[in-house]
Design a protein around this ligand. Structure first.
Ligand code: ATP
Ligand code: MG
Length: 406
């Protein structure tokens, strides 16, 4: 165990004064009430790496709920949320400092790949860290008065951070929770780390011989969303090169992450992560298992539609191109381009997508066209002219309609 590293100075420089004040209150209270408490997980990793700290997670050796009640009784914080089964608490300190408290716990996976069952709440810190995913996420910093700021490293996480290595804590890790395969991808991309050889081998083994369907797809979806929302090309390239895509029964396309990033940066779709994922995922069972929202799911149905109903050819007019893509989500048009490398989806994205007829049916009625059918036909004529660039402004549209009526 490496307890030589002390990060008191780093805590002071990298965390805000308000956060430090809150942690000092926790520390004093823990001393008085004889609790042992620690910063844990991502916050420790990111402190060592000098990265921006996202959330402050504190683990309490024992019952975090009881500990937080003591803090609240002393008016140090307000309790915002409690999860009673796990004994976790979200609390708010002065100046809106939010801290998540968890009780140390051991977990057990009765069915591989499913959510774990908690075995024992209030175990030792050492027992707690072994349920975690990678050594770099299994580090703690003591907030206790006798060794405040000491890094507690039971698994070699500090050395792995120095060597930019992602290493699982035991050989059964991916079997217990295959979403860790995607978490590895996320951390590799975000931190520019690499999986160590043994972890790679365990992943390979899982994907070739041990893979099973009966797993928590919601966790996998959530990790994929976080990973591809980063919009980092290397995440996608690794996803394909490491065979990670096999986890979702994907099909490997001939696409580079950079091509996707370029497209995404240019057209800013709502669902960046689904442009990445949509180039790989077609398996209906997995699409169902991911329980997409209606808008998310449409991207996949639109993609299938575009791939299976293409009537465009080299001579297609702008109007035909427009009509083919008009009702499809922009993400699906991008996926279609990436998979087929045809030029029409690019013409659509680049030139046609934003074109709209500004006059509406009422405008045309006011101008004297009364019959429904004729209104529709006229709007279509205006659209055709706009798509060829012969009409641009609303005034142009009105002029065109007047000419036609004459
Ligand atoms: P981020 O900066 O993305 O929030 P994080 O390391 O804080 O990174 P979280 O998803 O917030 O990640 O989880 C907090 C901690 O819980 C992790 O540091 C890790 O120790 C543990 N953890 C999260 N997910 C898993 C998992 N699937 N298996 C094992 N441990 C996990
Ligand atoms: Mg976190």
């Amino acid at each position: 165990m490496d307890s030589t590293l002390n990060l008191t100075d780093k805590l002071e420089t990298q965390l805000s004064k308000d956060i430090i004040s809150a942690l000092v209150l926790c520390s004093k209270t823990a001393f008085e009430a004889e609790y042992k408490i620690f910063l844990i997980g991502g916050v420790v990793r990111d402190l060592i790496l000098n990265r921006k700290i996202a959330d402050i997670d504190v683990t309490v050796e024992g019952d975090a709920l009881k500990f937080c009640h003591i803090l609240a009784d002393k008016k140090h914080c307000k309790i915002l949320q409690v999860q009673n089964d796990l004994k976790t608490v979200k609390a708010c300190f002065k100046n809106n400092v939010i801290i998540d408290f968890a009780s140390t716990r051991q977990e057990f996976y009765p069915r591989r790949g499913h959510l774990p069952v908690v075995v024992r709440i209030g175990c030792t810190l050492e027992e707690d860290v072994y349920r975690r995913d990678f050594t770099i996420n299994a580090l703690a910093i003591s907030l206790n008065e006798n060794n405040y700021g000491d890094v507690i490293d039971y698994t070699g996480g500090v050395k792995d951070i120095e060597n930019k290595k992602l290493r699982v804590l035991h050989d059964n890790s991916f079997n217990e929770d295959p979403s860790r395969i995607i978490r590895a991808l996320k951390f590799a991309a975000r931190l520019n780390f690499h999986r160590d050889e043994h972890t790679k081998e365990l992943q390979r083994k899982y994907l070739t011989t041990q893979m099973h369907d009966d797993i928590s797809w919601s966790r996998i979806k959530s990790e994929l969303k976080q990973t591809f929302s980063l919009n980092i090309p290397r995440a996608y390239d690794m996803f394909l090169a490491n065979d990670t895509y096999k986890l979702i029964y994907g099909e490997k396309p001939d696409i580079k992450g950079l091509e996707i990033k370029t497209l995404v940066d240019k057209y800013s779709p709502d669902y960046t992560w689904l442009v990445y994922l949509g180039t790989v995922l077609s398996n209906q069972k997995i699409i169902e298992a991911f329980c997409f929202t209606r808008a998310e799911k449409k991207i996949f149905t639109d993609k299938e539609f575009l791939l299976n109903n293409n009537k465009l050819n080299l001579h297609s007019s702008n109007y035909e191109i427009y009509k083919f893509f008009e009702k499809r989500s922009v993400e699906s048009v991008m996926i279609y381009y990436l998979l087929t490398k045809r030029k029409e989806p690019l013409i659509y994205l680049e030139k046609l997508m934003k074109i709209r007829v500004e006059l509406n049916g009422d405008d045309l009625k006011n101008m004297g066209i009364l019959e429904g059918k004729k209104i529709g036909a006229m709007l279509d004529e205006i659209l055709k002219k706009k798509l060829t660039g012969k009409i641009i402004t609303k005034a142009d549209e009105e002029r065109f309609v007047k000419q036609q009526i004459k």
